[in-house]
Design a protein. Structure first.
Length: 142
């Protein structure tokens, strides 16, 4: 895992972290190579977390890795605001704990393989995508 951490109090946000990943991190560097380096890259500040499994310059696509602000129909994007802790506390108190990481790797993370046959040449093109669960998907029971 890699992290670009930003501090809202210093005038930066997760958006600055995403920009940094997209413009200042070389996806060909071993650390950032898909299926060879980090499994997931997190862009986060004190209030929100976003993630990607493949750095691809300006084409990099980030998904939210947030808890949501409520329950049911009021879930909403982002994270709850707390008086006594950061909104992204769950990252270090839950997600980055060894038992949680082992469970994510063992039960939730996988490589999606798609094959598409070219009707003109009959050649099969194979694509692979690393799938890392979003936060709310970790509550799924098997």
């Amino acid at each position: 895992m890699t992290f670009e951490l930003k501090c809202n109090a210093a005038g930066q946000s997760y958006q600055d972290a995403i920009y940094q990943y997209c413009t200042q991190r070389n996806p060909k560097t071993r650390l950032f190579r898909s299926k060879a380096g980090a499994l997931v890259d997190f862009a986060m500040d004190l209030e929100q977390v976003y993630m990607t499994t493949k750095l691809d310059g300006a084409s990099t696509f980030f998904l939210p890795f947030n808890m949501g602000k409520g329950e049911g129909i009021d879930t909403g994007a982002g994270n709850p605001i707390y008086e006594d802790k950061y909104s992204v506390y769950y990252m270090w108190e839950d997600i980055l704990q060894k038992d949680t990481l082992i469970e994510i790797l063992g039960k939730f993370m996988f490589i999606e393989v798609k094959e598409k046959k070219d009707p003109m040449t009959d050649k099969v093109k194979r694509s692979e995508t690393v799938i890392f669960p979003r936060y709310h998907q970790l509550d799924v029971n098997f």
